[in-house]
Design a protein around this ligand. Structure first.
Ligand code: PBG
Length: 326
């Protein structure tokens, strides 16, 4: 080996940080916040240690905690007081996310992003209204086109409450287009859309479904979320959302789909987001509880890897911990 081939030279303290390719800033992170209309107190989420559902009255305090770590954006999820077949509490003016958004935008400096989906609001737990025979013989579960208008109404109601960005996550074909049109027609042309553009039908969402009480009562989401086997299809999905006016392109989950994050980064010039989902959070916590992994180190490495793959921003339950550690 010649003296020329010594990459280790650049790993010396003081040099290492100069040549570091990827940074991880608190301002790159979005913290999910669960607001629950059925409770007066905070409820810990068992499968997601450190995460809680907070009452509507406690949403501002919860967001203040996030902001105090340096994280500037939150993603709101709602647990409504009641559910029905259409998910009508999703677009109610006095709905859980709408009330929380009004309070948070009035009383804090946080940027509010809202998840736009119906699965927490429908009594069957699917992300839209059902096809007539979905329960008996599901070939397709959700009636795609009948769901579009409900999503647009939900997004507009979030914008009316003060949301800066809406994040449709139902994988309904055409959702970005109708939401853009709905927002523009209502005068919200400044409200951005972060589309869950490539969202896979993933088993890594398990803990979230406890957290937000949105598990499907029958069947699964394979008819509308993407097949984990498919990579090229993600490019098609994303392209459609770009054509319909998406501002930020999200890939979800994160770590098992780094290849997709990289491809989307290369192919498009929009900001790319990755969602480091509940199962990614839960598995690191579970291993750390056993003493098998160093939680802070693996959390930071996970997020850094998502950034290295090409994500500009990351939605993550680790946001506060990683930001607070600097
Ligand atoms: C709503 C939604 C889900 C997640 C975000 N938005 C659940 C799902 O699609 O089943 C999952 C987030 C996570 O697991 O952290 N559709």
């Amino acid at each position: 080996m010649t003296n020329r081939d010594r990459p280790r030279r650049l790993r010396r303290d003081g040099v290492r940080s100069l040549v570091s390719e990827t940074g991880l800033e608190a301002t790159d992170l979005v913290a999910p916040v669960f607001v629950d209309a059925t409770t007066d107190e905070r409820i810990p989420i068992k499968s997601m240690p450190g995460q809680e559902r907070v009452p509507v009255d406690g949403a501002v305090d919860r967001v203040e905690e996030v902001v105090s770590t340096g994280v500037e954006a939150v993603m709101l999820f709602g647990i409504p007081e009641s559910k029905d077949a259409e998910g009508s509490r999703a677009w109610a003016q006095d709905g859980v996310v709408q009330r929380a958004t009004r309070a948070i935008t009035a009383e804090t400096d946080a940027t509010v992003i809202t998840d736009v989906c119906l699965c927490e609001y429908t009594d069957h737990g699917h992300c839209g209204v059902l096809e007539p025979d979905a329960r008996e013989a599901p070939t397709l579960t959700v009636d795609n086109d009948a769901t579009l208008d409900l999503l647009a109404r939900t997004a507009v109601s979030h914008a009316e409450a003060g949301a800066e960005m809406v994040a449709p996550s139902s994988m309904t074909d055409g959702m970005v287009g109708v939401i853009r049109e709905g927002l523009d027609d209502a005068g919200f042309d400044d409200v951005a859309i972060m589309s869950y553009a490539a969202k896979y039908e993933s088993a890594f969402y398990g803990p979230f479904r406890d957290a937000a009480d949105g598990a499907p009562a029958f069947g699964d989401r394979r008819h509308y979320q993407m097949d984990p086997a498919n990579g090229r299809e993600a490019l098609r999905e994303v392209r459609l959302d770009v054509e319909q006016g998406a501002d930020v392109l999200m890939i979800k989950p994160g770590l098992p789909y780094l290849d997709v994050v990289r491809e989307i980064r290369r192919e498009f010039d929009h900001p790319v987001a990755a969602y480091n989902v509940s199962g990614e959070y839960a598995m690191l916590h579970a291993a750390a509880e056993k003493g098998w992994l160093d939680l802070d180190a693996v959390a930071r490495e996970s997020l850094l890897s998502l950034k290295r793959a090409g994500a500009d921003l990351i939605v993550t339950y680790f946001a506060e911990d990683v930001a607070a550690d600097g």
